[in-house]
Design a protein. Structure first.
Length: 94
């Protein structure tokens, strides 16, 4: 389940909050929920390629209550494997 979040014009232009995720459900059903956080890292690659400036604080796959996507056109995407994988330590996957 997802919901659009209106941007504030400064920190982001458009956002989406998801409280359910098909990918997380799939990985759970396959018995490998620990893979889901790594799958989510692809969002940053896509945003870099599209110039959409994604910032995210957490994902369902990492045990957060929601996936919070915040986009601002032409903002550099600074989150990636290097910044996010260390955050996985000690967290139980979805």
């Amino acid at each position: 389940m997802g919901q659009a979040v209106p941007g504030d014009g400064k920190t982001f232009e458009v956002g989406y909050d998801y409280t359910e995720c098909g990918a997380v459900k799939y990985f759970k059903a396959q018995g490998v929920p620990e893979v889901a956080p790594y799958f989510c890292l692809n969002d940053f690659l896509a945003s870099k390629a599209q110039g959409t400036g994604l910032v995210r604080q957490g994902t369902l796959a990492q045990g957060a209550a929601r996936c919070d996507f915040r986009y601002k056109r032409d903002r550099p995407v600074t989150q990636d494997w290097e910044t996010e994988v260390p955050r996985f330590e000690g967290k139980k996957p979805a």
